[in-house]
Write a protein that binds this ligand. Structure first.
Ligand SMILES: O=C(O)[C@H](O)[C@@H](O)[C@H](O)[C@H](O)COP(=O)(O)O
Length: 231
């Protein structure tokens, strides 16, 4: 297992700006090479400045397919919706021309919505060019949480997505599976703060993927991983 390429910044704003430029460069290369670029984005707080910076980059956005790494099973206008985050930050200005593929559908819950979501996600241009991951202080990534009852399925299934119930979260989620996450050309992991950096270092040093699901991305040699670290 090779150590990921690490980009370390003193502040989050510089990390976000540089990560956005790196994402833009990879998307541009993909469009030039294959006429299309696919990217899956994580939600939460960290990506917001990256997505805002990315939205202003001069790309042929009409050839970019944007989707999610995971989603909370809430209405698209709910404050916790990752779709809402993407629409408010990335899909503005020139980047509004990108094709957005949502995870949330009209099913009453994530489990009822999983089959339809899988059908939609199988049609994406795999391998995606970029999967942008975040990480929680418990070592989760996407919505693959330690102690979640669906973690083993998420780590082993060949399906693209699965429904999960996070151990300590009010919302059911839909998430990319581990096999979908590594069906990509680049994995970018964004980490901010000392606590997450310590978890990242611990994940690199060892432990099980069940204990630290972020190891699904860090402990594989199929996809190059870049880690964007800020204080
Ligand atoms: O929907 C989500 O919440 C994310 O996909 C999740 O996996 C996130 O990346 C981590 O929880 C880190 O979140 P923060 O960036 O908010 O710390």
């Amino acid at each position: 297992m090779s150590r990921p390429v690490e980009h370390v910044f003193a502040d989050g704003a510089a990390a976000a700006e540089n990560l956005a430029r790196r994402i833009g460069a990879v998307l541009g290369e993909a469009i030039a090479a294959r006429g299309v670029a696919g990217i899956a984005l994580s939600g939460g707080r960290s990506p917001r400045p990256v997505l805002e910076a990315l939205s202003g980059l001069p790309l042929d956005w009409g050839k970019v397919v944007v989707t999610l790494v995971d989603e909370r099973w809430v209405a698209p206008d709910h404050a916790d919706s990752n779709e809402r985050l993407i629409r408010e930050t990335l899909l503005t200005g020139a980047a509004a021309k990108a094709r957005f593929v949502a995870m949330k559908n009209d099913a009453a819950d994530a489990y009822a919505g999983a089959a339809a979501c899988e059908t939609v996600f199988m049609a994406l241009p795999w391998p995606l060019d970029i999967v942008l991951l975040g990480m929680g202080e418990d070592g989760h990534t996407a919505s693959l949480f330690p102690q979640a009852r669906e973690l083993a399925e998420g780590l082993s299934t060949q399906a693209r997505v699965l429904a999960v119930t996070p151990p300590a979260d009010p919302h059911q989620r839909m998430t990319l599976s581990a096999s979908a996450i590594v069906d990509s050309r680049h994995i970018f992991l964004q980490i901010g703060g000392a606590a997450k950096k310590a978890v990242y270092d611990r994940a690199l040093a060892g432990g099980s993927v069940e204990e630290l699901p972020i190891r699904l991305a860090l402990c594989q040699d199929k996809v190059p991983v870049e880690v964007w670290i800020s204080d």
